[in-house]
Design a protein around this ligand. Structure first.
Ligand code: IPD
Ligand code: CA
Ligand code: CA
Length: 261
């Protein structure tokens, strides 16, 4: 039986190996298919998923796996792995460097380990419940700490909005953006969450229910001194619709603005 440290090392290794595969296919995504309107999957998404699933199944055959492309299941009693083989596929298709591989482990409803490998940035972000959050770049490990921004009006907010067709946004999300200083739309929920933990952004808003996108943010941000909840301020869970992650200081203000609209 692996210790939590050994498990954590393996979580990081799986993310890192998928990131290496992504990098080896940079500018060469292979066949691209449209799963749904404006939702793409490349050959590299599928290759990364195969690599990750095979590695996890070989080492932990009894664990449940839920992965974006192949689906899967969540274990009620045991360990579940959440995988996003390529997060930021729309970027990867265009050789935009903002893409990553996301791996999370959920036990007893809590995210206990997470790793986000962003190979074109040279960064691996990872966290363990109760063990802190870190960035590794070029073999150097740095602890992550959220920003100290105290007011939303000075806040830099990360969110990916689809504006096609003039579709109105959630009014609460619009209010948060209008109340903030600047918006960053990175095209990768995994990197966005890691950047809250690193203090590069102050607030992250996600309005979907894709657990593999949000689970790493929940752990990285809370281990770096921030807060992550669902859109109403309740603890985030695998079935939550959306995630708000902040530097903690802005959390109440963001929730109040989001929910008064
Ligand atoms: C998407 C990206 C994007 C976010 C979408 C995600 P994908 O993930 O993270 O930034 O706005 O909600 O689905 O499809 O590239 O793995
Ligand atoms: Ca994703
Ligand atoms: Ca993906």
């Amino acid at each position: 039986m692996d210790t939590p440290e050994e498990l954590h090392g393996f979580v990081c290794e799986v993310a890192r190996r998928a990131g290496e595969l992504q990098l080896s296919r940079y500018e060469d995504p292979g066949e691209v298919k449209q799963k749904a309107p404006k939702d793409f999957v490349t050959e590299v998404d599928l290759l990364c998923e195969r690599l990750m699933v095979d590695a996890i199944t070989e080492r932990y055959p009894d664990d449940a796996i839920l992965s974006e492309e192949q689906g899967g299941s969540v274990s009620e009693t045991g360990r579940t792995w959440l995988l996003d083989p390529v997060d930021g596929t729309a970027n990867f298709m265009k050789a935009n460097p903002m893409f990553c591989a996301c791996v999370s482990v959920v036990e007893g409803g809590k995210v206990t380990h997470a790793a986000v490998a962003a190979p074109r940035l040279g960064d691996l972000y990872h966290a363990r419940l109760g063990g802190g959050a870190y960035r590794e770049t070029g073999g150097v490990r740095t602890p992550l700490r959220v920003s100290d921004t105290e007011k939303l009006e000075y806040g830099i907010v990360g969110a990916d909005l689809s504006l096609y067709g003039g579709k109105p946004q959630d009014p609460g999300v619009e209010e948060v953006l209008f109340g903030a200083w600047q918006l960053r739309a990175l095209g990768s929920a995994g990197i966005r969450g890691a950047w809250i933990a690193a203090g590069y952004l102050d607030v992250s808003i996600g309005t979907r229910n894709t657990a593999w996108d949000y689970a790493p943010t929940v752990l990285l941000v809370s281990e770096a001194g921030g807060r992550a909840t669902d859109l109403s301020g309740e603890p985030w869970s695998l079935s939550s619709r959306g995630l708000i992650a902040t530097n903690a200081a802005l959390h109440q203000e963001v929730l109040a603005v989001l929910n008064r609209a």
